[in-house]
Structures are given as structure tokens and as C-alpha cells.
Design a protein around this ligand. Structure first.
Ligand code: HEC
Ligand code: HEC
Length: 396
């Protein structure tokens, strides 16, 4: 990019400085959008914006310190699984960017952590065919520029089939391959988990402190989900170089990274990967075979934040590195020309028309990768509790 263009961009960014940087007390979600994007032919809601510093909670589950601390212990405690050896953190491990570093996960019946996890014996349970999304910044799922953000309706999972963090908590507890196994019937999975938690004094005290009800009645499925959801909302990654750039610090991205940003925009990536999370949170078909139903279903655009810590990529974990992803998009841009211009119509569902402007050149991969790396910050919370109230080993 030419010097003068860079200067203009920086100038435009600076003139927006008096605008809201992130949150204010009255309007926690007034996003500061980037003047950079205004120059682009992308819809207003896909304009880049600085990520707020905290994720808003639904009105019926305000975050408190006691709730977040309790949710954190529950999240790391294997007591939630019927086999007492799988916690949420087995698959959403802070040491692997709050995912597991694997293409597809292994829940109950496995041993070891991250990429080294294997089945202890012959796999007797169905394998979960999808890649584990990171839960870093998950409290912002559904946040796009210019629309009202409702945490109670936040889309969860690759196909957005569940709404809100509170609702999501029950799914892994019930899932046979994740935390239930055959030790417990499906319709009892949540009740049994709650009973195991209620039997522990420290939990009864902590639920009492967090929810104000007497210790013997405070431990409920609803409160368990609310505490875990509150903890997940607290997992906000620190400001990235790209956020600082959007907020007016022109030196936050070097020349190569700025060039990568330009490639990203010219290739039409922000039409889906725009807004504060670099996701429109809509479902699209970008031509990957559907590993869940072999149906080529559509998948939710993943956020492009924190990618440095969350490989492998895509719903099936089929892309090992960012470079593999870019090679995929490069090949896709050729397929797009054929299919979207009225030729081959055999793809079901057909490729998303938004891919029409997709044009990539392998020469621009290094710059594009350099830009994508400005969306990560290594200083995210990687802490793990020393111990959990059940006394079970953390195995992390
Ligand atoms: C065996 C591995 C495993 C365990 C254990 C597990 N998860 Fe997950 N988690 C996954 C997978 C796989 C997905 C994606 C599933 C899909 O999209 O169909 C997921 C998705 C999620 C999501 C949605 C993220 C998004 O952006 O859509 C949240 C939130 C989440 N898990 C939280 C939890 C919590 C809380 C627990 C513990 C109660 C837990 N998980 C236990 C594997 C696991
Ligand atoms: C039509 C909307 C759309 C466009 C345009 C688009 N993407 Fe995507 N992107 C998606 C969807 C949907 C997925 C997930 C697909 C899947 O897993 O099956 C995805 C996945 C990704 C991933 C993997 C992220 C992860 O955590 O697994 C990266 C990286 C990515 N896209 C980068 C880009 C880049 C760079 C461009 C521009 C060259 C681009 N995308 C253009 C919709 C889009």
C-alpha cells in the first residue's frame, strides 16, 4: 500500500477518536466502528469495530464475582461427567486456546490431554465429528455492528442450533460421547450431575453465596448453568493490535499487516468475517463437505479472533494451519467462478453468493496471514485452578 494511502487511513482513524472506544455505563454496546471500512463496499453491520472490554450478561443472569468464581470451579471440575474424569476444560483447555488442539475431540473413554489424548480402549462411543470451538470471547457470539445484542439469544455451535450460553451448558452433560457415557441414562444426565455437585459442602456454600438461597436448595441445574455461563462471559481476550489500529493507533499494524488488511478487504472476506468479532454469525455454505450429516449443511461463520491459538480450523478440523485455510480459499475462488457464474450447479447447497468477489493470489498469503495474526493476543487468561471442590484430579 502506498505511503499516502496509509496516512489517509490513519487520519481517518484518528478523526474518529472522540467516539466511544468501547463501553460506557449507559450504553455498554455502542461499538466504535472503523472509518477504514466505510470506504469498502461491505454492509454497515460488517464494518470492523473495536471489541468491547466486557461481554454483557442477560438481565436474568447478571455477572457477579461469586458467580464467576463458582462457574470457573464447575467448568474445571470433572465431577460434572458421569465418569468423573472429563470436565468442560478437557475439551476447552486454556493451554490450547480454550479448545483442545485436536481436529475432533475425545470425551469420556479417553485419556491424556490435547493432541495427545487417545481412547483408553477400543472406542465404544460414537465419535464427535466436529472441531471444538474456542470459548475465548464466546460471550460476544452474535455481536454485530448496529444491531441490538441479546445475550439470551446468542448463537451457539457450528450450526447455531442452541441459543445462549445458559442453554448450551446442558448439551455436553447430556451428550453420550462428551460427558455422559453409558453410565447414566440420557434423561437423568443433568439431574445426576446436579446431585453430585450438591453432595459437596464447598459447592453448597458457594451456590448459597452466589445465588442467595439456603445451601440445601441453592444447587439447581439452572444455577449451575448460570454460574458456568457467567464464567464463560468473563473469558475476554485482551485488546489486539487490530483493535488498537481501529482505535486510531496507526502504528499498531506494520506495513505488511496493513497490506494484509487490504487483501482481506479486496477478497471480500469481511462480507462474512466483519464486525467486531470478524463474524456475521450467519450460516453459509463455503463448499466444505459436511462431516455431521454428509449433507453439506451450512455452518456459522467462525470468529477470526484468537486464531493463533485455536488450530486446527473449520468445522471438521480439516485445516491444520492458517496457510492450509488460505490455500483452501484460493482453490475455492476458482470453483466459485465456475459455479456462481451459472456453470456447475451440482453443489448442494450451492456455494454462498457472497463468495463471488473472492479472489486470492498465493503471493498475498504472507501479508494476509500477517494480518490475521493481528487478531490474536497471547496475553489471554490461561490460568487453571489449583484444585476443585470435588477433590478430583484436574488432568490438564
Ligand atoms: C468432549 C469434548 C467437549 C466437552 C467435554 C465439552 N465441550 Fe463444549 N464443545 C465441544 C464441541 C465439539 C463443540 C461444538 C459442537 C457443535 O458445534 O456441534 C462445543 C461447543 C461449545 C460451545 C459453543 C461455542 C460456540 O462458539 O458455538 C460452548 C459455549 C461450550 N462448548 C461450552 C462447554 C461447556 C460449558 C462444557 C462443560 C459443561 C463443555 N463445553 C464440554 C466439545 C466439548
Ligand atoms: C460467504 C461467507 C464467507 C466468506 C466470504 C469468507 N468466509 Fe471464511 N468462513 C466462513 C464459514 C462459514 C467458515 C466455516 C466453514 C466450515 O467450517 O465448514 C469459515 C471459516 C474460516 C476460517 C477458519 C476459522 C476457524 O476457526 O476454523 C478462516 C481462517 C477463514 N474462514 C478466513 C477467511 C478469509 C481469509 C476469507 C477471505 C479470503 C474468508 N474467510 C471468506 C464464511 C466465509
Amino acid at each position: 500500500m502506498s505511503r499516502s494511502l496509509t496516512a489517509l487511513w490513519i487520519f481517518l482513524a484518528m478523526t474518529g477518536l472522540e467516539e466511544q472506544l468501547s463501553c460506557s455505563a449507559e450504553s455498554p454496546l455502542q461499538l466504535r466502528t472503523s472509518p477504514l471500512a466505510i470506504k469498502q463496499s461491505i454492509p454497515p453491520e460488517m464494518q470492523f469495530a473495536v471489541l468491547p472490554l466486557s461481554a454483557p450478561a442477560p438481565t436474568n443472569n447478571p455477572s457477579t464475582e461469586a458467580k464467576v468464581a463458582l462457574g470457573r470451579l464447575l467448568f474445571f471440575d470433572p465431577i460434572l461427567s458421569s465418569t468423573k474424569d472429563v470436565s468442560c476444560a478437557t475439551c476447552h483447555n486454556p493451554r490450547f486456546g480454550w479448545t483442545d488442539g485436536r481436529a475432533i475431540p475425545i470425551g469420556v473413554g479417553g485419556a491424556g490431554i490435547g493432541p495427545a489424548r487417545t481412547f483408553r480402549g477400543p472406542a465404544s462411543l460414537p465419535v464427535l465429528p466436529v472441531n471444538v470451538p474456542s470459548i475465548l470471547n464466546v460471550g460476544f457470539n452474535g455481536l454485530v455492528t448496529g444491531t441490538k445484542f441479546d445475550p439470551a439469544a446468542a448463537p451457539m455451535f457450528w450450526d447455531s442450533r442452541v441459543q445462549s450460553l445458559e442453554q448450551q451448558v446442558f448439551i455436553p452433560l447430556i451428550s453420550r460421547a462428551e460427558m455422559r457415557s453409558d453410565d447414566c441414562p440420557e434423561n437423568e444426565a443433568v439431574t445426576q450431575a446436579v446431585l453430585r455437585v450438591r453432595a459437596i459442602d464447598e459447592y453448597r456454600e458457594r451456590f448459597h453465596a452466589a445465588f442467595g438461597q439456603p445451601p440445601d436448595v441453592a444447587v439447581t441445574a439452572e444455577h449451575l448453568a448460570q454460574a458456568i455461563a457467567a464464567f464463560e462471559r468473563s473469558l475476554v481476550a485482551p485488546r489486539t493490535a487490530f483493535d488498537r489500529f481501529l482505535a486510531g493507533d496507526g502504528s499498531a499494524l506494520n506495513a505488511q499487516q496493513q497490506q494484509g488488511l487490504q487483501v482481506f478487504q479486496e477478497a471480500g472476506c469481511p462480507q462474512c468475517h466483519g464486525g467486531p468479532m470478524l463474524s456475521d454469525f450467519k450460516l453459509h455454505s463455503i463448499g466444505l463437505p459436511d462431516v455431521t450429516t454428509h449433507n453439506r449443511r451450512q455452518f456459522r461463520t467462525p470468529s477470526l479472533r484468537n486464531l493463533r491459538h485455536t488450530a486446527p480450523y473449520m468445522h471438521d478440523g480439516s485445516k491444520r494451519t492458517l496457510l492450509d485455510v488460505l490455500v483452501f480459499y484460493d482453490e475455492l475462488s476458482e470453483a466459485v467462478t465456475e459455479t456462481l457464474d451459472g456453470g456447475d450447479t451440482t453443489l448442494q447447497p450451492p456455494l454462498d453468493p457472497l463468495l463471488k468477489t473472492l479472489n486470492l493470489n498465493p503471493e498475498s498469503f504472507p501479508a494476509l496471514e500477517a494480518f490475521l495474526n493481528t487478531l490474536s493476543n497471547d496475553g489471554y487468561d490461561q490460568s487453571v485452578p489449583d484444585k476443585v471442590p470435588s477433590g478430583l484430579p484436574l488432568r490438564l
